[in-house]
Ligand binder design. Structure first.
Ligand code: HEC
Ligand code: HEC
Length: 283
């Protein structure tokens, strides 16, 4: 029974995920078949409709956008190059390079970043792209995983994500990841920290307003890893999320915390259809 209800909810979720592209009316009939509150499919409405989705760079200065677009000047490209080098280097006690198994990344990794975070069958949990890369380090190269925010991990994740530049985000919500999705979604709408604000208050309702000399964007994950001038280096989405937690004076989750990966899944779904612009440049 519980299984069945869960499957129904999940079916409703994936249906709603598709229907979110259409008006609310398309969702209602399913709501009536589901043993859950009417509001459920409404909860699956994309807060920012696909036609209004904007890249983070749309809220940065013109000079910043020019820097991002110039592949020779974009500082994030240094990490892409670094990642490409690592891709071809044998590593670990298996002595295998990423390329030994995956060949040309332009083909094998094209589109991969658009589908993360996703459930990894082997690990039986939701993983983001960096964690997926580290799983290959451990399982397939018999090497130690890279540290969060290390140049190696940022490099490989920038290189792999770069193979999807311009491709639209495309995560699916299904029975396997529905619970993670719900937790990420709840977090996005829950007030937190001494500022008592939710992510949604800035990124759903007040985007395009200026906060401390910076325009608030719609909070999409499509530019990551990013080169942030304030950091003077590259940083992952988790680093940015931790910065938002810290801005709210909320307890910062550790790198790799489930809470962050669940939030990443919600953000990825919320950005579905928006093209990847990594490596992005931010002030
Ligand atoms: C008080 C307003 C505020 C709140 C609340 C807030 N942020 Fe942010 N966030 C910002 C500002 C300002 C930036 C930097 C400018 C930008 O890119 O939006 C930012 C940046 C981001 C970015 C990077 C966007 C990009 O393209 O570089 C993401 C993703 C993000 N926030 C997600 C979140 C999440 C998830 C939460 C809740 C845990 C949250 N934010 C809470 C203000 C806020
Ligand atoms: C010994 C072979 C092998 C090596 C070496 C290897 N991988 Fe993998 N990798 C795999 C296999 C097999 C899968 C698919 C796993 C599965 O089916 O779940 C995979 C999956 C992936 C994925 C997920 C792709 C997707 O579309 O979801 C990424 C990203 C990845 N590897 C990156 C890397 C990187 C980066 C390296 C080097 C640090 C590397 N791999 C080294 C075999 C390898």
């Amino acid at each position: 029974m519980r299984r069945r209800v869960f499957a129904l909810i999940a079916a409703g979720l994936s249906f709603a995920a598709m229907a979110a592209e259409r008006p609310v009316a398309g969702v209602t009939p399913v709501a009536m078949e589901l043993p859950i509150p009417q509001s459920m499919p409404l909860r699956m409405q994309r807060p920012i409709p696909p036609a209004a989705l904007k890249q983070g760079s749309a809220f940065t200065s013109e000079a910043n956008r020019a820097l991002q677009a110039d592949e020779f000047a974009n500082p994030g490209m240094l990490w892409v190059t670094r990642g490409e080098k690592l891709w071809n280097e044998p590593a670990g006690s298996a002595g295998k390079s990423c390329a030994a198994c995956h060949g040309d990344a332009a083909q094998s990794m094209k589109g991969a970043a658009t589908r993360y975070p996703r459930i990894d069958p082997g690990a039986a949990r939701l993983v983001n792209l960096s964690e997926r890369i580290n799983l290959c380090r451990e399982r397939n190269q018999a090497a130690a995983p890279y540290q969060p925010e290390s140049d190696e991990l940022l490099g490989l994740s920038a290189f792999v994500t770069y193979q999807s530049r311009g491709l639209p985000m495309n995560v699916t919500i299904d029975p396997q990841n529905a619970r993670d999705f719900e937790r990420g979604r709840d977090r996005f709408y829950r007030r937190m920290g001494q500022m008592n604000l939710a992510c949604a208050q800035c990124h759903d309702r007040n985007w395009d307003r200026t906060l401390l000399f910076e325009k608030i964007s719609q909070g999409h994950p499509t530019g990551f890893p990013i080169y942030r001038q304030e950091w003077q280096t590259m940083g992952s989405l988790q680093r940015r999320l931790r910065a938002c937690y810290s801005g709210l004076r909320a307890q910062m989750p550790e790198y790799g915390a489930r809470e962050l990966v669940e939030l990443e899944l919600f953000l990825a779904w919320r950005a579905n259809g928006l093209p990847i612009e990594a490596p992005a440049v931010r002030r």
